[in-house]
Design a protein around this ligand. Structure first.
Ligand code: TA6
Length: 301
């Protein structure tokens, strides 16, 4: 595995299309530019932080106060939470949302489709560090396609000789004009666990709107969600596969102000609508089995 941008550019760079650069904190990222959009993905975490279709505002939100440091998660974009979502089920000392969002991923490939979209493939497998935290042999393959839409897919494989069970999420942060004026469609009538009310189970009536801190795990949800944004005059359509849970999160004013890598008023310009396997949607893979979780973001005006 290399983190050397000269080596990465000679093996996987695509002149004028995909260039590896070193950013703040020495973190390496690939910058993508094509006729449809621009994008960025960090090797730490396999973390997409930018996707902007031509003539649009960025689709993803990243905090201006985010840290860019080895071993620290970036605040925004699409952190990959795995092999557990949120807190570890029985060990509070283990990192929230698992360890892959702060692990260094390897570039496996890059290229252009026949339609001139740009893709990059990253991988992560068990190693000494991961085995110390989670004693299973696995591999992850992340495929990200930058075109008019952004497509992200994560293939999870059990390479060991016994089953393992996991939860996780493509924890996407969206850039919105005003979180207090958006509506999220697609979750109407669904049951959810309300984390800000002791995980009590409730039913969603109508579209989701946010007036205060919102942290909900929507159960049995596999259909499209749409963020309707009257301020940006656009809708973000979120489709997914391999996920039966949708998490909606906005920290609200008070919490936003106490999170040092978020920003006091950040909650007004972001919302997380996450493609997840969480709560009753845990996944068990027998040796040799795989699970694919994927999402696509598309803008309509
Ligand atoms: O997905 C929602 C959530 O689990 C929230 O409970 C919230 O705290 C958030 O993720 C961010 O977690 P983080 O570990 O990145 O601070």
């Amino acid at each position: 595995m290399t983190n050397d941008i000269t080596v990465l550019n000679s093996h996987y760079g695509i002149p004028g299309r995909l260039i590896f650069k070193e950013g703040d904190g020495g973190l390496v990222f690939a910058e993508v530019t094509n006729e449809f959009s621009t994008g960025r993905i960090y090797l730490q975490g396999g973390h997409v932080t930018h996707f902007q279709p031509k003539d649009q505002e960025p689709v993803l939100w990243v905090s201006d106060a985010s840290l860019y440091e080895t071993g620290k998660a970036i605040r925004g974009g699409i952190p990959i939470c795995w092999p557990w979502f949120a807190d570890h089920p029985n060990d509070g000392d283990k990192p929230a949302h698992g360890f892959v969002r702060t692990s260094l991923w390897e570039v496996l490939g890059s290229g252009e489709t026949d339609d001139h979209e740009t893709f990059i493939r990253l991988g992560l497998s068990d190693n000494e560090n991961t085995l110390a935290t989670w004693p299973h042999s696995f591999s992850l393959e992340l495929n990200v396609l930058f075109g008019t839409c952004l497509s992200v897919s994560l293939l999870i494989s059990n390479n060991g000789d016994r089953p393992f069970t996991f939860t996780g999420a493509l924890h996407s942060y969206f850039n919105v004009g005003d979180s207090r004026r958006i509506q999220i469609l697609g979750l109407e009538g669904k049951d959810y666990l309300d984390k800000v009310d002791g995980f009590s189970r409730k039913k969603q009536e109508g579209p989701v709107v946010m007036e205060e801190e919102t942290d909900r795990i929507y159960l049995d949800t596999s259909a499209e969600c749409v963020i309707e944004d009257p301020v940006m005059h656009r809708a973000v359509r979120i489709n997914k596969k391999g996920s039966n849970t949708t998490v909606v999160w906005n920290p609200g004013a008070e919490k936003s102000g106490t999170m040092n890598n978020m920003g006091k008023n950040a909650y007004r310009n972001m919302v997380c609508v996450e493609t997840a396997n969480a709560a009753n949607d845990t996944i068990t893979l027998a040796p040799g089995e795989t699970h694919l979780i994927a999402t696509t973001f598309d803008i309509s005006t």
